[in-house]
Design a protein around this ligand. Sequence first.
Ligand SMILES: O=P(O)(O)OC[C@H]1O[C@H](OP(=O)(O)OP(=O)(O)O)[C@H](O)[C@@H]1O
Length: 207
Amino acid sequence: MSDKLYFSYNHIHKLCKESADKIRESNFKPDIIISIGGGGNIPSRILRTFLKQEGSKNIPIQVIGLSLYESLGTGNYDESQIGKEVVRTQWLDFGALDQHFDSLIGKNILIVDEVDDTRTTLHYAVSELQKDVKEQAERLGRTDEATNFGIFVLHNKDKPKKAQLDDEILQGRYYAARTLPDQWFCYPWDAQDIEFHSEQAIKQGFN
Ligand SMILES: O=P(O)(O)OC[C@H]1O[C@H](OP(=O)(O)OP(=O)(O)O)[C@H](O)[C@@H]1O
């Protein structure tokens, strides 16, 4: 097989459907989806379609912008540590949501991205959001309310991770549609030539 794996839109749609069923079966009911842009945006929107319960409202999606940039640190880094600095380009805005979403306190929060590679980005997202919740809860005297974080990714790369997630999340509310070997993943939204991309996805069985 080629060292690149190609995934079609249809395949991704099906992964989201299947994962929404698993999330529901596990009894985790997200109140809000926090999408890590840009890769998390399309999976978030598809997942929402399948998480929607009849008669209830759509789950709101908020987007945070996180990008991995080359670390320019001058310290004694070994090669494996270079290039793993998370830069925050956008954060939450609850002003635009209704009164039920004036904060994340006491909510079930599903963080969505397309891939868990070194885990640096997910770790950053969870720990910064946990910090925000803690600060808000202390300020508003609501520290007794439990806030639960879950994670959904299309793909988890089977490789040593450079950052860790809490066991509570990893063991209970970490949903990876597929765990695959550490190869180059090609997503349809990055394709310059979608016909070629789709053909490869069909050949590889990811259609
Ligand atoms: O597990 P990690 O090693 O942290 O890598 C995963 C992250 O890398 C990619 O983001 P990127 O910074 O390339 O930005 P993008 O989503 O805007 O393409 C991807 O979308 C994930 O967010």
